[in-house]
Design a protein around this ligand. Structure first.
Ligand code: URA
Length: 216
């Protein structure tokens, strides 16, 4: 399937062949819940690799079994993954596989079915979240309402360093998130055609939360 070409500043397409192959399997309607969950976890490590590619490093003196040398280590406080509940949970474990010491915040938001507005029902983040890089994660960027609300909430808590990662984005969601939060760069594996009247992405992969948890 051909994705819409990316023309927006601040949006990075993750075109790694393994990501594209796994995403295609996830899109198939016959992919089972167990397969979907496993694929999402696998893809999330690859998304994590891309979104952390330019993290700052600092030199550190270490001793190998043979001599003293200078290595590189991540600079600054541990980063925070912030899944948007509930589908974002499917990306957490794979990301923690790569960054085991990361903190995890949670934002619970659901889409009001009539208006598609984001309604918050849960928020929890580390006390010192404002001093950390927060990577907000959600498999689907559809209307953009929940992503915008999650980032609004983190900014209210004083967070200034933010990134957003998703698997599939709609052009509408990308435009909205970039317009509301131009300081937040976005990584996505695909930009699909458009949203339908119910706010689902076409061709998309259906409801990521339902497919992940087997609730439909
Ligand atoms: N959320 C989903 O899980 N899927 C969509 O297509 C849109 C929003």
């Amino acid at each position: 399937m051909k994705s819409t070409p990316l023309t927006l500043d601040g949006v990075t397409a993750i075109d790694h062949p393994l990501v594209q192959h796994k995403l295609t399997l996830m899109r198939k309607k016959d992919t089972s819940t167990a397969q979907f969950r496993r694929l999402l976890r696998e893809i999330s490590t690859l998304l994590c690799y891309e979104v952390t590619r330019d993290l700052p490093l600092e030199p550190v003196e270490i001793e190998t079994p043979v001599e003293v040398t200078t290595g590189q280590q991540l600079k600054g406080k541990k980063l925070v993954f912030v899944p948007i509940l509930r589908a974002g949970l499917g990306l957490v474990e794979g990301m923690l596989d790569l960054v085991p010491s990361a903190r995890v915040g949670h934002v619970g938001l659901y889409r009001e079915p009539e208006t598609l507005d984001a309604v918050e029902y849960y928020f929890r983040a580390p006390e010192d979240v404002a001093e950390r890089l927060c990577i907000v994660i959600d498999p689907m960027l559809a209307t953009g309402n929940t992503a915008v609300a999650a980032i609004d909430r983190l900014k209210e808590r004083g967070v200034t360093q933010l990134r957003f990662v998703c698997l599939v984005a709609s052009p509408e969601g990308l435009e909205r998130l970039r317009a509301c939060h131009p300081d937040v760069p976005i990584w996505t594996a695909a930009v699909d055609r458009k949203l339908n009247d119910h706010g689902y992405i076409l061709p998309g992969l259906g409801d990521a939360g339902d497919r992940l948890f087997g609730t439909r």
